[in-house]
Design a protein around this ligand. Structure first.
Ligand SMILES: Cc1cc2nc3c(=O)[nH]c(=O)nc-3n(C[C@H](O)[C@H](O)[C@H](O)COP(=O)(O)OP(=O)(O)OC[C@H]3O[C@@H](n4cnc5c(N)ncnc54)[C@H](O)[C@@H]3O)c2cc1C
Length: 489
């Protein structure tokens, strides 16, 4: 059931469960909880369900076969069918900016509404339990030329194609690190783009060091084979232990320089090679999107690739009682793991709220499956952890923070001459990370530069606002004007 702002609906608050994020994890969590008898609200910024993996064209584009760009579409159509058959209140276009624990133990979820969150009507949902399934965003490492038009995120290129049916260019180099690159390159090639190279900074040997995790997850090998076969068919070469270390062009991308890397990701002298292209799709892995939880003080764990995920117990509960999390918020592991964790969390919530023991056979099965897939996710995360040598790609005038236009030279100066030792101090001294994206784009790079070759400490972001919020919205809260029943007219 999708509630639109103009559509009245029965008031059911407090809901038993509010789920933030309608991707694989959130959808599985919401439908499972509803099928177990809970009253559920499902909020997402997007107009459509599916999250990043099952992003698909808006109905207005009239795509005849939206499943053509996905594998495992049946898993999504099953969840979508169950959602339609359930009485979950689906609140599309709801951007959650804060969650608050009230004195009586319930949760208040604050959201701004509308396609870009600027509608005048803020919304406020109350629930007895909360499930965060907010996914991840792309990690970017800067290099000379990365701000030129035609350079897009690898996941961003995939999103353009899946939701808008458009390509970022005709001849697109795909670069960075992580298995997402293979998926992106095979989609772009299948959609008619020429892909002169996939450039992967890591090697794949690291996977071979964990044969148990590999053997226990044959579906992952099958997925890699699927993409590998597609790349072979389209004659797309994959260059391992290499990186795009410079982009060339005046008004937009005209070519990239690809260099071989040593084991620490330092460019090997004399290996630079130019490849002509009109677009570059680049990403260096994904970062769990966990600000809503860290702002509440939830414990985190350091993932093998240096990012932070939420620390979760065996039944997906965070260190904050009553707050569960699933999917990429606990570490990046793919849509199958996200679905498993969403269902597991929902069953644990239902057991808690309905006063039952959370130990039935299905829960045990889900836990085993989750542990197996998480073990693979940790191997994947370690295999693609950026080496410290990537900083050698930077020249002093390379913008690291593109929002505030702060170059690498200014950050190095803040570290070497002004004594900054962490991203927060660099931010105070240079404004790096203070712009519109609030450090989502440059946070990793700034933390690495501040660590001066040591282990970078990713900041556990504590922000009162997870998304931009207008002053008028905050004022309306004070006046008690926020609509506590978002479906009401
Ligand atoms: C840009 C991008 C592209 C990707 N493309 C692929 C791909 O092609 N193939 C692949 O195998 N994997 C891809 N992935 C990885 C993929 O996202 C995961 O494997 C899978 O989708 C995880 O499911 P999830 O439910 O944890 O998160 P997601 O599917 O990301 O779902 C999270 C949902 O939370 C919503 N959300 C986030 N914050 C808020 C908020 N504050 N308020 C309301 N809603 C919020 C988002 O709109 C989103 O719908 C991609 C990841 C990214 C970041």
């Amino acid at each position: 059931m999708t509630a639109s702002p103009s559509e009245p609906r029965a008031r059911r608050e407090p809901y038993d469960l509010a789920v933030v994020g309608a991707g694989s994890a959130g959808l599985a969590g919401a439908v499972t909880a509803a099928e177990l008898g809970l009253a559920v609200a499902l909020l997402d910024t997007s107009a459509q369900t599916g999250g990043q993996f099952y992003r698909h064209p808006a109905p207005a584009l009239g795509a005849v076969r939206p499943e053509a760009l996905h594998h495992d579409w049946s898993a999504y159509s099953d969840l979508r069918g169950r959602l339609a058959a359930s009485d979950v209140t689906h609140l599309a276009g709801h951007h959650v900016w804060s969650t608050v624990r009230e004195d009586d133990g319930t949760w208040t979820v604050h959201a701004v509404t509308g396609a870009d969150g600027t509608s005048e009507r803020p919304a406020l949902i109350r629930a007895r339990a909360l499930l965060l399934a907010t996914g991840a965003y792309e990690r970017q490492l800067p290099f000379p030329g990365w701000t030129l038009p035609g350079v897009v995120g690898a996941g961003g290129a995939q999103a353009m194609l899946k939701s808008g049916l458009v390509l970022p260019g005709r001849r697109i180099v795909v670069a960075g690190s992580g298995p997402l690159l293979l998926a992106v390159a095979s989609s772009l090639a299948a959609a008619g783009a020429q892909v002169p190279a996939v450039v992967e900074a890591a090697g794949y040997l690291r996977y071979a060091r964990s044969p148990r995790a590999l053997l226990a997850n044959p579906a992952k090998a099958a997925e890699a084979l699927l993409h590998g076969t597609a790349l072979l068919r389209h004659r797309v070469p994959v260059r391992l232990r290499s990186a795009v270390t410079e982009v060339h062009g005046t008004d937009r991308v005209e070519a990239v320089t690809v260099s071989r890397l040593d084991a620490d990701w330092r460019p090997v002298p004399g290996t630079a090679r130019r490849i002509a292209c009109d677009a570059l799709a680049v990403g260096h892995g994904l970062v769990p999107q966990i600000e809503l939880a860290t702002t509440l003080g939830c414990a985190t764990r350091r993932l093998p690739d240096g990012t932070l995920g939420l620390a979760l117990d065996d039944l997906q509960e965070t260190s904050e009682p009553g707050l569960w999390a699933a999917g990429e918020t606990g570490g990046v592991g793919g849509a199958g793991l996200a679905r498993t964790e969403g269902e597991l969390a929902a069953r644990a919530v239902a057991a808690r709220l309905l006063g039952r023991r959370a130990g039935d056979g299905r829960i045990a099965e889900l836990r085993r499956r989750r542990d197996r897939m998480r073990a693979f996710a940790d191997v994947m995360s370690a295999a693609h952890a950026p080496g410290p040598g990537w900083q050698d790609w930077l020249s002093d005038d390379t913008d690291v923070c593109r929002c505030e236009e702060v170059g690498a030279g200014r950050i190095r100066e803040a570290v070497a001459e002004l004594g900054a030792r962490d991203a927060r101090t660099v931010k105070l001294l240079t404004r790096a990370g203070m712009g519109w994206c609030q450090g989502r784009m440059c946070g990793t790079a700034v933390a690495c530069l501040a660590a001066r070759g040591g282990t970078a400490e990713p900041p556990a972001e504590r922000r009162p606002f997870a998304v931009p919020v207008r002053l008028s919205t905050l004022a309306s809260l004070d006046e008690g004007a926020a609509d506590p029943s978002p479906g009401a007219p």
